[in-house]
Ligand binder design. Structure first.
Ligand SMILES: Nc1ncnc2c1ncn2[C@@H]1O[C@H](COP(=O)(O)OP(=O)(O)OP(=O)(O)O)[C@@H](O)[C@H]1O
Ligand SMILES: [Mg+2]
Length: 579
């Protein structure tokens, strides 16, 4: 962790700490802060920051201003007399506070915790994360928490992150590393079961516990017989006594504490975003009870599926626990490029990854391992990557330049995304489709222009979508000429944008681009030069090259600073037109 008094940047949980208060930040805003802090003391230009946050994607620089504004609010910073973020006019930003390293492990150790030889922590214990890459920090955090739990300090951990980011892989790897130092039982939440079968994942985990050892069975028989009956098993007291009582979280908590008296007990609840309320209440009860117990609950939690996130009991429960420091959240971030290279080495089973492959896969998967593997499979299936025999060894090699594969969405991912889109209403599909015409970030005004609808209505609809869907988030507020303001939204993953864009007919896309270009011209009337490239880009996408050239030419002719570049673009288009 890095610290800059009085704050600490927690890259594992993607949040900020002020002393013992955790401050949650939206992912993109956190991304800006992280980049600035990691590069403290030097000028970060707008382009560098945009490249770091949205590689290979055009994003309006105003977006950055909004993010920095938000950050200043959080940090209590003043742009006129900056203590943290200094604006370098027309160039970028510089993080000016002194940044030092903060040793979280040392603090955790001083809190207490049994000496437990969990693989990876004990000397010579090897590396239990051999199967996964790039999750050393998260694994170390889980091990520290497991050690504390083994010492009697119970804990509840939520491992969160987008679909395919590696929640299950991390938890599996952690559990494997526990070896004989802990007992693990798992319960899976299943989509659609939440409202129908109470305690579904808990029952599954208890079933595993009772099947593996005698003690849990005996404890449940004595302290929580109704829970045993729900497993379809009964103790010596018989069913009659059992059916008299309801399953209560209190009974089960006491029983679990008893089971975990001598040995660490790890309960893994997978995909609790689909769990029923009773299961969530049980997790909450485990977190809140104060009796010492060698108990650790690890719950994986994906993005919201279909329910309004703001109203979801899981979100509320997690936040309540986080505020009271009764749970820990491990928010998984995309794999770094180095980790991606290691993942490819592992998948290809060869030491050297072909030149260009890591960059290509990293860029298009945006660091998501599930997407990365799907892209790799796609390259193989399309016979773009082939196995060649060289010097007696068989190695995967590309047969062309990676640019040739640019823009192809692997079938498996396209289907996955299509399924999610199919679940949306017609209006939602239209709004997101129109948004996709803008790119990875889309302001509400542009969607309103494309659909010829009222901007306020669109803004409200987009707000609802960003709360409900996991792949769209609110980016901030766009400031436009004449004091006009408009919310903008961001596709958290470029592949979603790609699929949404591609599923539109060419005619519809062209109409949307034309309307957006026109509206841009209206909003920036008198200052069209500042958005000439954007206007031209939309006309070009609409196939209206003449208007695209006109926009570039008139901007260049108006003495715009980048006249040469604009003319170059205009000439490129003119060549296409054959004029
Ligand atoms: N750190 C990693 N190193 C290597 N492979 C990984 C890593 N993380 C994930 N994977 C691989 O990526 C794929 C998706 O990972 P996983 O199933 O763990 O994601 P998830 O976050 O649990 O997704 P979901 O939200 O769908 O449950 C799996 O094939 C997994 O083996
Ligand atoms: Mg999973």
């Amino acid at each position: 962790m890095k610290q800059f008094a009085p704050f600490r940047l927690d890259t594992t949980n993607e949040c900020l700490w002020r002393d013992s208060t955790q401050i949650a930040l939206p992912p993109r805003i956190f991304g800006v802060l992280r980049y600035l802090v990691q590069n403290a003391g030097r000028l970060i230009t707008h382009d560098e920051l945009l490249d770091a946050l949205w590689p290979e994607t055009y994003v309006q620089p105003q977006v950055l201003r909004t993010y920095v504004l938000e950050l200043r609010k959080v940090l209590g910073d003043d742009a006129a007399q900056p203590r943290f973020i200094q604006t370098i006019p027309k160039r970028g930003y510089c993080f000016v506070a002194a940044v030092t390293r903060y040793d979280a492990d040392a603090e955790a150790a001083s809190v207490g915790g049994a000496a437990l030889d969990i693989a990876g922590n004990g000397a010579g214990s090897g590396n239990n994360s051999r199967g996964i890459v790039g999750r050393d920090e998260e694994m170390a955090r889980l091990r520290t928490l497991a050690e504390m739990a083994a010492g009697g300090q119970r804990c509840v951990v939520f491992v969160t992150g987008e679909a395919g980011i590696g929640k299950t892989a991390l938890v599996d790897s952690f559990c494997k590393g526990l070896g004989a130092t802990g007992v693990v039982a798992r319960g899976q939440s299943v989509e659609g079961f939440g409202g129908k079968e109470e305690y579904y994942p808990v029952t599954e985990a208890l079933g595993q516990l009772c099947a593996a050892e005698e003690k849990p069975f005996r404890v449940l028989e004595k302290m929580a017989p109704a829970w045993l009956a729900a497993l379809g098993r009964q103790g010596e007291n018989g069913a009659a006594a059992v059916t008299m009582r309801e399953r209560t979280p209190g009974d089960l908590c006491s029983a679990l504490e008893h089971i975990a008296e001598e040995k660490l007990l790890v309960l893994v609840f997978e995909d609790v975003h689909w769990a029923d309320d009773s299961t969530l209440n049980l997790i909450s009860a485990v977190a809140r009870r104060r009796t010492p117990a060698r108990l650790m609950v690890v719950a994986t939690c994906g993005p919201g599926h279909g329910c309004a996130a703001g109203e979801r009991p899981l979100k509320k429960m997690k936040q309540n626990l986080l505020i009271r420091r009764q749970c820990v959240e491990l928010a998984l971030t995309p794999l770094t490029r180095t980790a991606m290279s290691a993942l490819l080495t592992r998948e290809l089973e060869q030491e050297m990854v072909p030149a260009g492959l890591t960059g290509f896969v990293h860029q298009h998967s945006e660091g998501n391992p599930l997407f990365a593997i799907a892209i790799l499979e796609h390259l193989m299936a399309r016979r773009f990557l082939v196995r060649e025999e060289r010097a007696g060894a068989r190695r995967w090699q590309p047969v062309g330049a990676f640019e040739e594969m640019e823009g192809e969405v692997p079938e498996r991912l396209a289907q996955m995304i299509e399924l999610e889109i199919e679940g949306l209403s017609e209006e939602e599909k239209r709004i997101l489709g129109a948004g996709s015409a803008m790119g990875i970030a889309f302001p509400a005004w542009a969607v309103a222009a494309a659909l010829e609808e009222d901007a306020v209505h669109i803004e409200e609809a987009c707000d609802g979508l960003s709360r409900r869907l996991h792949f769209v988030e609110r980016g901030g507020e766009d400031e436009l000429p004449g004091g006009m303001r408009s919310e903008f939204y961001v596709f958290v993953h470029g592949l979603y944008r790609e699929v949404l864009y591609r599923r539109q007919s060419a005619a519809r896309r062209a109409a949307w681009h034309t309307r957006i270009a026109k509206r841009l011209g209206e909003i920036f009337a008198g200052r069209e030069a500042t958005v000439a490239r954007e206007i031209a880009m939309h006309y070009e996408a609409a196939g209206d090259w003449q208007r695209a050239i006109d926009a570039l030419r008139s901007a260049a002719g108006n003495g715009n600073g980048g006249a040469a570049g604009l003319m170059e673009d205009a000439l490129r288009l003119a060549e296409k037109l054959g004029c």
